[in-house]
Design a protein around this ligand. Structure first.
Ligand code: NAP
Length: 254
């Protein structure tokens, strides 16, 4: 049985491209009002206009969630302007791959600041509103969906700090699940394999080409494939909690 998202509000971080953008469209199509957070405000505004044109509600919020105050402000604006908060999709992330030896350590800082600190700070700020939503929504639950990766389950040479952050997302999500299970805030970890997005554009020269070679001959996932899984998880009835979803392209081996 599917539960409608009519009357709910979802905040999606990293909604300006890729998985976050697709998820925002899909959640809006299911009836949620969506708050779109990222740094590239013009892309968010374009998406908000598009979603508005479909008769849905979207709010564009310029936010660099590596800054805790901006993460808090994104949550606050969502609640002030859309009235509540039922679903948080912690999607914003960076994958700056490369060997540990001679790595530019500022890349490590960027991943830790976004993939870990951005996610935990957004979740922390959202919590009072999510707990309130469990009390006064027809769904009777709230959702935190954290985008991890296959890299959060299998470590590889050349992705040490990305692995560190995504394993961390998995650990935090499970601890969160246990802490809030009795209060009906569900925790879902999504673990995609290779998805065709802008993610690898930011990998440094030399490493980027090798990363792309790994997946050159396979049919990668599309952002919509991940959005479908997220919609499935958050439209289950309140007593069903999909805790972990691993999704690979069929042809991806590792
Ligand atoms: N693509 C894959 O193969 C794959 C596989 C497994 C997991 N994932 C995970 O999926 C998530 C989404 O990635 P994607 O593939 O959709 O890549 P993407 O298109 O590059 O999306 C990343 C998003 O994060 C946002 N972002 C980056 N820095 C930010 C900051 N400081 N504050 C707020 N937002 C920020 C970006 O927006 P702005 O630049 O506008 O801020 C963008 O919207 C990531 O967590 C990634 O690790 C992706």
């Amino acid at each position: 049985m599917t539960t409608s998202l009519d009357g709910t509000v979802a905040l999606i971080t990293g909604a300006s491209s890729g998985i976050g953008e697709a998820t925002a469209r899909s959640l809006a199509a299911q009836g949620a009002k969506v708050a779109l957070a990222a740094r590239r405000i013009e892309r968010l505004e374009r998406l908000a206009v598009e979603i508005g044109g479909e008769g849905r509600t979207a709010l564009a919020i310029e936010s660099d969630i590596t800054d805790q105050e901006q993460a808090i402000a994104a949550v606050d604006r969502t609640v002030e302007e859309l009235g509540r908060l039922d679903i948080v999709v912690n999607n914003a992330g960076q994958m700056l791959l490369g060997p540990i030896e001679d790595a530019p350590t500022e890349e490590w800082d960027r991943m830790i600041d976004l993939n870990l600190k951005g996610l935990i700070n957004t979740t922390h700020a959202a919590l009072p509103h999510l707990l309130a939503a469990t009390e006064d929504s027809e769904r009777g639950c709230a959702d935190v969906v954290n985008i991890s990766s296959v890299a959060g389950r299998i470590a590889r040479a050349g992705s040490g700090v990305y692995n560190l952050t995504k394993y961390g997302v998995g650990a935090f999500s499970e601890s969160f699940r246990q802490e809030f299970a009795s209060r009906k805030v569900r925790s879902t970890i999504i673990e995609p394999g290779a998805v065709d997005t802008e993610l690898s554009d930011h990998i440094r020269d030399g490493v980027r080409e090798k990363t792309r070679e790994r997946f050159a001959d396979i049919h990668m996932l599309e952002a919509d494939d991940i959005a479908d899984a997220i919609v499935y998880a958050v439209t289950r009835p309140w007593h069903v909690s999909l805790n972990e979803i691993l999704i690979r392209p069929t042809e991806q081996q590792g």
